[in-house]
Ligand binder design. Sequence first.
Ligand SMILES: [Zn+2]
Length: 265
Amino acid sequence: MTARLRHYLCGSTSHDVGAMFHGASPGVREFPSGVFLYDGGDGRRVLFDTGYATGEWHTGWRGAVYRRLLPPTVDDADDVAARLGADGVDPATVTHVVLSHLHPDHVGGVRRFPHATFVLSAGHARTLAAPRLRTGVLPGLFPEWFPGAGRIVLDVDAFPTVDIRGVALRAHDLFGDGSYLVVDLPGHADGHLGALVEGRVLLAGDAAWGSDLIEASAGLRTLPRLVQHDADRYADTARTLGDLVSVGIRVVCSHDPLGTKELLD
Ligand SMILES: [Zn+2]
């Protein structure tokens, strides 16, 4: 079987783009939360992020503040397990879950994968150990079993630099065969990760809020700058994404409203 990379929409939020970027015209835009499943065709099933949590959130005052700032739109059909099931994929067959970062719109479905191996960065582990509203992490979204789950914690500072069609990226080859590179895309959150799949599609997480907003990402307004872990590195990463686009890599951001399900075609 040939490898596949599939996209699922697992909830959304909306935000005024004009309030985010200098020079952007005002207008509320919907930001869907994308989840991506790489199926190697050989038993490896690697999920990138998990979307929003459905049902009630038991996340206390931090959750109330978060939901006021970024109100989620999510119903039962948006649950990552439901989305996979509707596509004929048993969630229990997912072998790995890579988390780009730990914001609520990326970790809401973690609880659906108790048997998977989680791929995290050391920055994620640091953030989880000391959750604060400033880092946008809601501990209540993580299941009780999560600290004991199978996990691979990657130190991005130890990633070798690889050459992707002339663009330098720091990356870890997850399976040692070049099919799935976990990539250091710093700035948005501590230890923020992306993934380069089959050397062709870069899952960029929240390194930019949309693949059409990569250029604008260098001109963040004050408030969105403040919620970045490191706004200067965020701008540098956006420039790298632009370079990758220019050499023919398909860059897909978590909140892109993609119209297609299969991304390796
Ligand atoms: Zn985020």
